[in-house]
Ligand binder design. Structure first.
Ligand code: SF4
Ligand code: SF4
Length: 155
C-alpha cells in the first residue's frame, strides 16, 4: 500500500459509515486479527484483510478504500462476525462501502455488470474455502487467544 498522509484523511468517514449501518460509532477494533484469520476470501486473496479495512475507515482513508477493488471481494459470509470479540459485522460495512463507491462515482455501471457475472464464482469459492476450514475444525493460520476463546465458548 502507498504511504498515506493524515493531511488527506477524511475524519468524518468513520461516522458516515457508522450512521449508514445503524450504529452510533464503529466499535473499537483492537486488531486481534480474528476476522482476518477466519476469512475464507483472505485464504486465497492475500491483500484482502477486513482488519486492515476497518483501520482504513477509522483513519479516514475514504478515497483509498472506496477506489479499491478489495471492497468488492467480501462474500458476505459473516464468519468474521462469529469470531469478532467486539461484535463487528464486517459484511454490513463492506456492503455500505460498496454503496458509497457506487453513489459517489468510484465505479460505473459497466463495472457493476461485470461483477454480476463473477459473483456466483466468488460465492462458490467462499463456500469451498469455508468448507475446508470446517473440516480443519475452523482452525486456520490464526491462533490469537481471543479467537480461541470465542470459538471454544461455542463448542
Ligand atoms: S463476511 Fe467478508 S470479511 Fe467477513 S469472513 Fe466473510 S468474506 Fe471475510
Ligand atoms: S475480529 Fe473484530 S476486534 Fe478483532 S481485528 Fe477483526 S474487527 Fe477488530
Amino acid at each position: 500500500m502507498k504511504p498515506f498522509s493524515l493531511d488527506k484523511a477524511n475524519p468524518e468517514f468513520k461516522n458516515d459509515v457508522a450512521v449508514k449501518i445503524g450504529l452510533e460509532e464503529i466499535k473499537p477494533c483492537y486488531t486481534c486479527g480474528s476476522c482476518s484469520g477466519i476469512c475464507p476470501v483472505r485464504e486465497v486473496i492475500e491483500d484482502f484483510d477486513p482488519r486492515r479495512m476497518i483501520h482504513m475507515i477509522v483513519l479516514g482513508m475514504k478515497k483509498e478504500l472506496l477506489s479499491s477493488d478489495l471492497i468488492w471481494f467480501c462474500c458476505l459470509c459473516n464468519s468474521c462476525y462469529a469470531v469478532c470479540p467486539q461484535g463487528i459485522r464486517f459484511s454490513r460495512i463492506a456492503k455500505e462501502l460498496q454503496h458509497m463507491a457506487v453513489h459517489e462515482g468510484y465505479v460505473d455501471e459497466t463495472f457493476l455488470k461485470g461483477l454480476e457475472t463473477i459473483n456466483s464464482s466468488l460465492q462458490d469459492l467462499c463456500r469451498r474455502t469455508l468448507f475446508h476450514k470446517v473440516k480443519q475444525g475452523f482452525w486456520g493460520m490464526h491462533t490469537m487467544p481471543c479467537w480461541k476463546k470465542n470459538t471454544e465458548s461455542k463448542e
